[in-house]
Write a protein that binds this ligand. Structure first.
Ligand SMILES: Cc1cc2nc3c(=O)[nH]c(=O)nc-3n(C[C@H](O)[C@H](O)[C@H](O)COP(=O)(O)OP(=O)(O)OC[C@H]3O[C@@H](n4cnc5c(N)ncnc54)[C@H](O)[C@@H]3O)c2cc1C
Ligand SMILES: *[C@@H]1O[C@H](CO)[C@@H](O)[C@H](O)[C@H]1NC(C)=O
Ligand SMILES: *[C@@H]1O[C@H](CO)[C@@H](O)[C@H](O)[C@H]1NC(C)=O
Ligand SMILES: *[C@@H]1O[C@H](CO)[C@@H](O)[C@H](O)[C@H]1NC(C)=O
Ligand SMILES: *[C@@H]1O[C@H](CO)[C@@H](O)[C@H](O)[C@H]1NC(C)=O
Ligand SMILES: *[C@@H]1O[C@H](CO)[C@@H](O)[C@H](O)[C@H]1NC(C)=O
Length: 534
């Protein structure tokens, strides 16, 4: 009898819990509908798990398959606003109903933070995919860009109006403007013009009260914080106003490969010595991965590919290379001259001849199970350390490391100008990646490999703090707990790595604009509980 009634109790409470969550969801839908501008029909904007479009939509822009496995927590609803007012309503309603909210623009977050919450359930996703207007004003060298657009669409719309305008942001064209720019946004124009955030001149965001604020209304502190403080800590970015930069009508690109047998180690040593001091029109990154040696597919070597963009023609490029980096052996026939928009496609690895219209499809060329980490290098890594790195790369199934040059404009922007602090003194950035195709089973092995590699590299990279790029989100560096009052101290661990001394200012802005920590995730900027304020 006692057993039966406790079973009944459990069943009843399960039913109650279930209907409570369904009721909350229905309340959310009703609340958003009532609070939105009804001139734009909204009923098709709510996609619930009981419909066949839910899973394809959830998966659509997600890049890291690790966060799409069946055991990954799923949202109660994906809301796809069609109008700025819908975003305002969804912030207000989720706040008033106490439902945890995630916001997604391009879905490229390395740790799936825009569509998976590991710390809080239930949660909903606001997916900005339908808010992707781009308004280019060539006369004024600027554009207003809506957060759901991809960076490739931005490049396309700029190039459509002018062959001599560009924008300095990411190399991968499917990145979402909303999440990408707010974390920094580097790319092949960075040595000449800095980052996406260095060229953002205004924005519109929805704050925690559901209000739309532009730069003037939000004030310089908050406008500072969203230019590099990382996604989803301060509000929902609706629009960025970006400043366009000049590019020549003809640019030159090349890719030159060296294996270990072709003196890759020596060439890379030289690259490390010159790369931050090269002519600012020249950006040469190195993509490094194992490959099979010659025709024998079981014999592996390390392949280093030097991929470059030069803002000028090949004649001048050859002169620059002969003077600064002759060890690479660049010849005129390695060089391809083209327009800037074609160079965007080239660097994003689209096959040669792909028309630029592919950029309007938001096509992603990278969807994998992966774990990644980042490092900043201040002094060249010695040859003996490189030998150890090659050994480790050769032991892993599918590793990849990309080395990105700094210097030029990056060194001239003060560390406190934006929250992004990795400026003068940085020679290059490293991204470490391990990819795999076998789902959940092999994950532990590859995570273990990359963590060991990260430990091995510690002596050769930045220290105190060991710096990291916030747009290469890495939850190994620490996470917020649901109990907010213990967060600040723990958050300093990763906060100082991503932002150095700017972390404290980010925390103080957060306290001012979102004291109840409505915009939160595993690595959002924490609030300081009043007990810790002196
Ligand atoms: C294949 C690949 C290539 C990459 N290449 C580059 C590169 O060349 N240069 C570079 O700098 N970075 C690069 N990145 C990293 C990229 O900049 C970050 O992953 C960035 O956060 C992606 O933005 P998103 O909108 O696509 O992602 P999302 O996953 O949608 O968002 C990322 C974060 O921002 C938040 N967010 C999203 N939209 C908004 C919004 N509107 N307002 C407020 N917060 C928001 C999300 O909640 C999440 O926390 C690359 C990533 C991948 C996967
Ligand atoms: C799906 O679930 C939502 C939210 O509970 C509900 O409003 C809707 O009627 C359901 N649709 C179908 C087709 O069952
Ligand atoms: C150009 O942009 C500036 C700065 O945003 C603005 O003040 C000016 O009015 C704009 N001019 C035109 C012609 O739109
Ligand atoms: C290929 O390389 C492997 C590993 O170095 C070696 O054992 C094998 O003999 C080579 N095969 C041929 C056909 O050369
Ligand atoms: C960058 O740092 C170096 C070394 O500390 C210094 O000599 C140089 O003046 C700095 N450059 C800028 C632009 O601040
Ligand atoms: C939250 O963390 C603080 C500091 O560690 C602790 O004192 C407090 O008891 C915790 N609260 C809850 C509800 O766990």
């Amino acid at each position: 009898m006692a057993l039966l009634s406790s079973l009944t109790l459990i069943l009843l409470s399960l039913i109650f819990l279930h209907s409570a969550s369904a009721a909350t969801l229905d309340n959310f839908i009703q609340c958003v509908t009532q609070n939105s501008d009804l001139s734009v029909p909204i009923s098709s904007a709510f996609i619930t798990p009981n419909t066949s479009s839910f899973t394809p939509l959830l998966q659509s822009s997600a890049q890291n398959l690790r966060y799409l496995v069946p055991s990954a927590p799923k949202p109660e609803v994906i809301f796809t606003p069609l109008h700025d007012s819908h975003v305002q309503a969804s912030v207000l309603c989720s706040k008033n109903l106490g439902i945890h909210l995630r916001v997604r623009s391009g879905g490229h977050d390395y740790e799936g933070l825009s569509y998976v919450s590991e710390i809080e359930r239930p949660f909903i996703v606001i997916d900005l995919r339908r808010l992707r207007a781009i308004d280019v004003d060539i006369e004024n060298n600027s554009a207003w860009v809506q957060a759901g657009a991809t960076i490739g669409e931005v490049y396309y719309r700029v190039a459509e109006k002018s062959r001599v305008h560009g924008f300095p942001a990411g190399l991968c064209t499917s990145l979402g403007v909303g999440g990408h720019i707010t974390g920094g946004a580097y790319g092949s124009l960075m040595r000449k013009y800095g980052l996406g955030v260095d060229n953002a001149v205004d924005a519109k965001i929805v704050d925690v009260n559901g209000k739309i604020l532009d730069r003037e209304a939000m004030g310089e502190d908050l406008f500072w914080a969203i230019r590099g403080g990382g996604g989803a800590s301060f509000g929902v970015i609706l629009w960025w106003k970006i400043k366009l930069v000049p590019v020549p009508e003809t640019v030159t690109v090349f890719s030159v490969a060296k294996t270990l047998e072709q003196d890759a180690t020596k060439v890379l040593c030289k690259w490390q010595q010159v790369v931050d001091k090269l002519d600012e029109d020249l950006f040469i990154r190195v993509i490094i991965q194992p490959t099979s040696e010659g025709k024998n597919t079981t014999k592996r070597t390390v392949l280093t590919v030097y991929q470059a963009l030069f803002l000028g023609d090949s004649t001048r490029l050859i002169q620059v290379m002969e003077k600064s980096f002759p060890e690479l052996g660049l010849t005129k026939k390695d060089c391809l001259e083209m327009s800037w928009i074609q160079s965007v496609l080239y660097i994003a690895s689209f096959p040669s001849g792909t028309p630029p219209e592919v950029l309007l499809k938001g096509k992603s060329t990278f969807k994998n199970y992966f774990k990644a980490k980042s490092d900043y290098v201040k002094e060249p890594i010695p040859e003996t350390a490189l030998e150890g790195l090659w050994k480790r790369l050769l032991e892993e199934d599918s590793p990849l490391t990309i080395w990105t040059p700094y210097g030029g404009m990056m060194s001239r922007i003060p560390e406190s100008e934006t929250p992004f602090p990795h400026r003068n003194g940085t020679v290059f950035m490293i991204q470490w990646v391990s990819l795999w195709l076998d789902g959940e089973q092999e994950a532990a092995k590859h995570m273990d490999w990359i963590r060991k590699l990260y430990n091995y590299m510690a002596p050769y990279v930045s220290k105190s703090p060991r710096e990291a790029y916030v747009n290469y989100r890495d939850l190994d560096l620490g996470t917020n707990k649901r109990n907010q009052s213990s967060n600040f101290v723990e958050a300093s661990a990763w906060g100082n790595r991503y932002f150095k001394d700017n972390f404290n200012r980010l925390v103080s802005v957060k306290n001012k604009v979102d004291p109840d920590n409505f915009f939160r995730h595993e690595q959002s900027i924490p609030v300081i509980p009043s007990s810790q304020l002196c």
